[in-house]
Design a protein around this ligand. Structure first.
Ligand SMILES: NC(=O)c1ccc[n+]([C@@H]2O[C@H](COP(=O)([O-])OP(=O)(O)OC[C@H]3O[C@@H](n4cnc5c(N)ncnc54)[C@H](OP(=O)(O)O)[C@@H]3O)[C@@H](O)[C@H]2O)c1
Length: 187
């Protein structure tokens, strides 16, 4: 179905369709994301306010809006799982640590939007800690997609692994975490 995450009418229509056809939602993977900067340099002083806002609109505000719209259906699942597609570039601790693998990658809007998304994961997991729902952030790896480009080392199937793993966690699995291929990442 047509589902532009920044279009409230599409979000509402999706929620209505899922409710009508299935009555509940087991898995919500918030995958849509944009990077409007070129990767490599430090864009902090050069990015336009418009691009900064657009990046947050898709990567952060739309994720919150889509999740809020679909949460009543996730609550009706026996074991609801919410997966937020973050990035290692959203790690504040690694971004602040000289010598870390991402220290020189300073795509300001993208990195800040994923850090905000990680904060949402922590807050939503806490808000839902007494429900059967688990909420986690994912770093898929550097993956050969339009965003990742052909320079990326990981194939798409491997890049999907962490999301699938967290979408299918058993009842004893973690919530409120940040993971890549089974390993926790520091926030
Ligand atoms: N590739 C990597 O190396 C990498 C690394 C870390 C994190 N991630 C994250 O992984 C997620 C997927 O990225 P990707 O690599 O597949 O990027 P991509 O190749 O640029 O694809 C982005 C996806 O997001 C969708 N999207 C963008 N804006 C949307 C909107 N307003 N409504 C609905 N869908 C929208 C696009 O849909 P359309 O094609 O229809 O526009 C496309 O399917 C993103 O959140 C990204 O930040 C990727």
């Amino acid at each position: 179905m047509k589902f532009d995450v920044v279009n409230p009418a599409d979000v509402e229509a999706a929620a209505e369709k899922i409710e009508k056809e299935f009555g509940h939602l087991d898995i919500l993977i918030n995958n849509a994301g944009v990077m409007l900067e070129s990767i490599g340099g430090n864009t902090t002083l050069s990015i336009s306010e418009d691009d900064l806002r657009k990046t947050f609109e898709t990567n952060f505000f739309a994720t919150v809006a889509v999740t809020n719209a679909l949460l009543p259906l996730v609550k009706k699942s026996e074991a609801g799982r919410i997966v937020n597609l973050s990035s290692i570039l959203g790690s504040l601790s690694l971004g602040a640590t000289e010598g870390s693998p991402i220290y020189e990658v300073k795509a300001f809007a993208y990195n800040a939007s994923k850090a905000a998304l990680n904060s949402y994961t922590i807050h939503l997991a806490h808000a839902l800690k007494d429900a059967k729902i688990k909420v986690n952030s994912v770093h898929p790896g550097w993956v050969k997609t339009d965003m990742g480009t052909d320079a990326a080392p990981m194939e798409i199937e491997e890049g999907a692994k962490t999301s699938v793993e967290l979408a299918t966690l058993g009842p004893d699995g973690p919530t409120g975490g940040y993971f890549h291929l089974g390993e926790a990442i520091s926030w």
